[in-house]
Design a protein around this ligand. Structure first.
Ligand code: PGA
Length: 240
């Protein structure tokens, strides 16, 4: 069955040097591919012709915020996307649902596409609260059809990030369908929901085949060009 929405493969390099060579990170005709380097490597990625995003951005356009970078600056640097609310930001920098929502709004206003990350911890899943958690995280967001830029979502169960444990394809599909059901009707069919958490060549194909999974947000495997290339190839094959 052909995919309803164009697949999107995102490489989140986190606080790691940009891998080499860069050409395997190029977008293809059938699949969107974007890289999310550390701020200092954004210019290099853009010069290499890659579709690029930032891993974070401030909600204010300018001001006395030492060490921060605004959405307007990220846009001016040539980025198209920005991650908002990655669980590592929520955890290590205590970013709240309300703060993440402000960032997403600022990104949309700056003409960037925010990719908002949501997902539960292991404790929350064991207590069967995973749906309540993503619902709370989603409800805070500016999910309006009239936004000029597309907002994307990434479901990233925290227990699967960097742990080698992946949600099974049916587990991920169930959560993606649930998330989609919570979206306003007018954006339900078009919003792309990526899966993140130990995505790798071995599971990419099966995950991408699921009806409500529209791409992958790849951390560890995106630092290994050959593995990333295999993931993009899986997406191209699933799209065909
Ligand atoms: P991982 O990271 O692929 O290394 O689990 C995913 C992410 O944090 O976006």
């Amino acid at each position: 069955m052909p995919k309803m929405r164009k697949l999107f493969i995102a490489a989140n390099w986190k606080m790691n040097p940009a891998p080499s060579p860069l050409d395997v990170y190029a977008a293809t005709a059938s699949t969107d591919v974007a890289v999310f380097p550390a701020f200092l490597d954004i210019a290099t990625a853009i010069r290499a012709g890659l579709v690029t995003g930032a891993q974070w951005g401030h909600s204010k356009p300018t001001g006395a915020y030492t060490g921060d970078v605004s959405m307007a600056m990220i846009k001016a640097a040539g980025c198209r996307y920005v991650l908002c609310g990655h669980s590592e930001r929520r955890q290590y920098h205590k970013e709240s649902d309300a703060f993440v929502a402000e960032q997403a709004l600022a990104a949309l206003e700056a003409g960037l596409h925010p990719i908002v990350c949501i997902g539960e911890t292991l404790e929350e899943r064991e207590a069967k609260k995973e749906k309540a958690v993503v619902e709370r995280q989603l409800k805070a967001l500016p999910l309006k059809a009239e936004a000029t830029a597309e907002l994307l979502l990434a479901y990233e169960p925290i227990w699967a990030i960097g742990t080698g444990k992946t949600a099974t394809a049916p587990q991920a599909q169930e959560m993606h369908a649930f998330i989609r059901s919570l979206l306003p009707k007018d954006i339900q069919a078009k919003t792309r929901i990526l899966y993140g958490g130990s995505a790798k060549p071995e599971n990419a194909y099966e995950l991408l085949h699921q009806k409500d999974i529209d791409g992958l947000l790849v951390g560890g495997a995106s630092l290994k060009p050959k593995e990333f290339q295999a993931i993009v190839e899986a997406a191209v094959e699933v799209s065909a």
